[in-house]
Design a binder for this molecule. Structure first.
Ligand SMILES: Cc1cc2nc3c(=O)[nH]c(=O)nc-3n(C[C@H](O)[C@H](O)[C@H](O)COP(=O)(O)O)c2cc1C
Length: 281
């Protein structure tokens, strides 16, 4: 691996932006509905976005000054006026309409009309919800933090969630099912990721019990040409007593042994893999 060093002060903002959005990815997309001081609705996607607190429930997104002309965006203006927003999630069935809503329509033009998405009244805030989105967070804006005054500078919009609506069809046993909600993530340039199907993987990592740890794995495992970093990660994460009768295999046995460990890991039999790693075949 050979890495290039980049001094963010030495490259153009548009290039820096691409390195940031390509590397900090995939990002969830806040599809933000707001109204202006005249009650006119607005809808725009923001992927400089995440959840930052569960109690109180806080979501934050950033509306940036445009790099091209240093102007600010309608969403920021509306929030400065009304201190309210709805953050609608973006799933696969509405991803193209979401992309269309990012067009710079003149202030006062409703992206609901331009995209064909439907409004649905909120319970406690004025901005409407996106009916087709499977989950809507009604928010009051607690604070806006301005990060700079040049093109590309963000405004952190700190939102407290005051109401949540969720489509019961995306739930399995009362929890959000990634295969049903089918969310989209934003990457760099024109790339998106669809977070369902084979893109979803399960990693069960208990955080209360102490795992074996990489440092306690046998040397031949750490030096393996057959086991990958992920294989070693699974072995190091196993929560079990380190087998006391640790045996060192002969050099001629190692390749075969590591293949057997890999097979056990592929079959999900971590304890057999651990037994082999410490005691040999
Ligand atoms: C998927 C996606 C994510 C975006 N994320 C951001 C973002 O985090 N911050 C931002 O300022 N603009 C972002 N944009 C661009 C805005 O959506 C775009 O400038 C839009 O016209 C702003 O609308 P408004 O003026 O109605 O607020 C994003 C665009 C897309 C398609």
């Amino acid at each position: 691996m050979s890495k290039q060093y980049i001094d963010p002060k030495e490259i153009a903002t548009k290039d820096l932006h691409q390195f940031i959005i390509g590397g900090i990815a995939p990002r969830p997309i806040a599809f933000v509905s707001t109204v202006d001081e005249y009650g006119r609705e607005n809808l725009a996607p923001y992927s400089f976005f995440n959840a930052f607190s569960s109690n109180p429930p806080i979501l934050v997104f950033s509306s940036n000054r445009k790099v091209s002309d240093n102007t600010t965006k309608d969403t920021l203006h509306n929030i400065e006026m009304t201190k309210e927003a709805v953050i609608n999630v973006v799933n696969y069935p509405i991803v193209r309409q979401m992309a269309l809503a990012s067009v710079e329509f003149p202030r006062g033009i409703s992206e609901f009309e331009k995209t064909g998405l439907s409004t649905e009244p909120s319970t406690v805030v004025k901005p409407p919800r996106v009916k087709e989105s499977p989950m809507n967070f009604e928010c009051r804006v607690k604070e806006i933090i301005t990060l700079g005054d040049k093109g590309g500078a963000g405004h952190l919009i700190i939102c407290e969630v005051v109401g949540i609506h969720i489509d019961s069809n995306v739930l399995t046993n009362g929890r959000i099912d990634p295969q049903k909600i089918d969310l989209m993530g934003r990457m760099g340039r024109m790339y998106y990721v669809r977070a369902s199907g084979d893109a979803v993987m399960e990693i069960v990592q208990m955080v209360n019990a102490q795992p074996i740890g990489y440092d306690k794995l046998p040397g031949h495992i750490k030096r393996s040409d057959i086991l990958t970093g992920n294989d070693i990660g699974i072995l190091a994460a196993a929560e079990c007593e380190i087998p006391v009768t640790s045996a060192t295999p002969e050099d001629t046995q190692i390749e075969e042994l590591h293949k057997m460990i890999k097979t056990s890991l592929t079959e999900g039999n971590v304890f057999e893999a651990i037994r082999l790693a410490f005691n040999g075949a």
